[in-house]
Ligand binder design. Structure first.
Ligand code: CA
Ligand code: CA
Ligand code: CA
Ligand code: CA
Length: 470
């Protein structure tokens, strides 16, 4: 048992300066990293696990870091809570704390607490910590003076020891459905009006032992020995710093509740040269591929962006040109009418990944597929009864040689051919229209032999206009 339980020297000093207001800080020399609790599944992943067990988002970044060690915690009686303040910067926040988003999708947050509960291994239930987040929080005011919390997490069964005081950090992973949104600078704009957010700790059921229950761990120190920069250790300010003092966190917090065993319903000042208040680290999803300073996930969920391929990326950021049908398909002697379609993403550089298929063809017939550089709709012997069109301008480039068999069944319309256009383009650098580039449109058409058909003994599909992605 390495955790100490001694008043820190600073707390003694505060007795002479802020005797009526200072939270009674208690020492906690060791804080154990309990790992990451994936809230949706309930799985607690120990620290330093193999990366495959902790699949973080590629775009994830720290949006708030108030973890500068004070090696102290603030005893908090059950029924009471402490509300602290901070700021996550918007795009209008002045340098060096300038954000890239005006609203953040919170994916994780890290709490730190000391507890005197016992873990299930010792016949207890583990620690309980309730955390709430507030938009536009007015510093050092009661929760009732603010809008309702934007998120509340009543965490139970958290790591504890045998009932002796033990202190932990736990990262709460919200991915998979428990994420929430926090407004940057309170309302999305740095304007001095409600620029802060609030977060509160409550430890319901924390037993009182030898005068001091557990409580949230304190953090924040702008002066030596901590000397953590305000706003640092975040994606926007000194990302490499090991820890920071939370941006916008002033040297107080608000204590509220119904348990009269400690000063309550008042702003409590820390004083004694330390800073800020309660430990908290918040991670957000920084993905903003469309550059509108709003989370892409929100763009999609709000309907502002389409995500037709359900990959979580707004479609306007992707190249989803599956091809556009145009022109008219002919009809064969067996009443077959071939149809071309594309799947994948046509690319001027990829080696594969965009397949053009012609289906509905006469079964077991020689066939072909080609492209031209312009769209057309020129009837082929319409005066003689032909129903097919040339849907591309000349010249035309054959895509499959020799003529492939359509397969399927003789007399049925179940023949089909296909070609990966990306593969063809990348292996034919001098093909018609080369060099191939993004934005270039190719016009694809297919046909099969149909002896006796007025359209030169052939039946043609309609056209497929394919615009190449990079
Ligand atoms: Ca504001
Ligand atoms: Ca504070
Ligand atoms: Ca966006
Ligand atoms: Ca998409």
């Amino acid at each position: 048992m390495l955790t100490l339980h001694l008043p820190v020297a600073a707390a003694a000093l505060c007795l002479t300066v802020h005797a009526q207001q200072s939270p009674a800080l208690q020492s906690c020399s060791e804080i154990r990293d309990a790992g990451t609790l994936h809230l949706v599944s309930g799985v607690l992943v120990p620290p330093n696990s193999a990366p495959e067990f902790l699949p973080g988002l590629v775009s994830e970044g720290v949006i708030y870091d108030n973890t500068c060690d004070l090696y102290a915690y603030i005893p908090l009686l059950s029924g009471n809570s402490l509300i602290d303040e901070g700021r996550v910067p918007s795009t209008t926040s002045p340098a060096p704390n300038t954000g890239t988003l005006n609203k953040y999708r919170v994916t994780k947050f890290q709490i730190a607490y000391c507890t005197r509960t016992a873990s299930p291994a010792f016949g207890g239930t583990g620690a309980a910590v309730t955390v709430k987040f507030y938009d536009s929080y007015a510093a050092c005011t009661p929760s009732s003076a603010n809008p309702p919390p934007v998120a509340t997490f009543a965490l139970t069964g958290l790591p504890a020891l045998n009932g002796d005081l033990a202190c932990y950090t736990v990262t709460i992973d919200l991915t998979g459905g428990a994420e929430f949104y926090l407004s940057a600078d309170g309302n999305g704009v740095f304007d001095g009006a409600g620029d802060l957010f609030g977060f509160s700790y409550e430890l319901p059921g924390e037993p009182i032992v030898t005068s001091y229950p557990g409580g949230p761990v304190g953090a924040g120190d702008l002066t030596p020995p901590g000397a953590c920069g305000a706003g640092t250790a975040t994606y926007y300010n000194t990302p490499g710093a090991p820890q920071g003092t939370g941006l916008g966190n002033a040297d107080f917090c608000y204590a509220e509740g119904t348990n009269p065993g400690q000063p309550n319903n008042m702003c409590r000042v820390f004083g004694f040269g330390l800073h800020s208040g309660l430990q908290m680290k918040i991670y957000g999803d920084l993905a903003d591929c469309n550059g509108n300073a709003m989370p892409d996930a929100l763009d999609i969920s709000s309907g502002g962006s389409l995500d037709t391929n359900s990959n979580g990326v707004p479609d306007e950021c992707e190249c989803l040109n599956v091809g556009a049908s145009y022109c008219t398909a002919g009809v064969s002697n067996n009443s077959c009418s071939p149809v071309v379609s594309g799947s994948g993403s046509p690319s001027a550089s990829a080696a594969s990944g965009y397949v053009v298929t012609c289906s509905g063809m006469d079964g077991l017939r020689p066939s072909g597929m080609f492209y031209g550089l312009g769209a057309a709709a020129n009837p082929i012997n319409a005066g003689g009864g032909g129903t097919s069109f040339y849907c591309t301008t000349s010249p035309r480039q054959r895509l499959i040689t020799p003529m492939p068999n359509t397969g399927g069944t003789a007399g049925a319309c179940d023949g089909a051919i296909s070609v990966d256009l990306n593969t063809w383009l990348s292996t034919h650098p001098s093909g018609l229209g080369s060099p191939f580039g993004a934005g270039q449109t190719l016009y694809v058409q297919a046909f099969n032999r149909d002896n006796g058909n007025p359209s030169k003994g052939l039946v043609f599909s309609g056209g497929l206009a394919v615009t190449l992605c990079p």
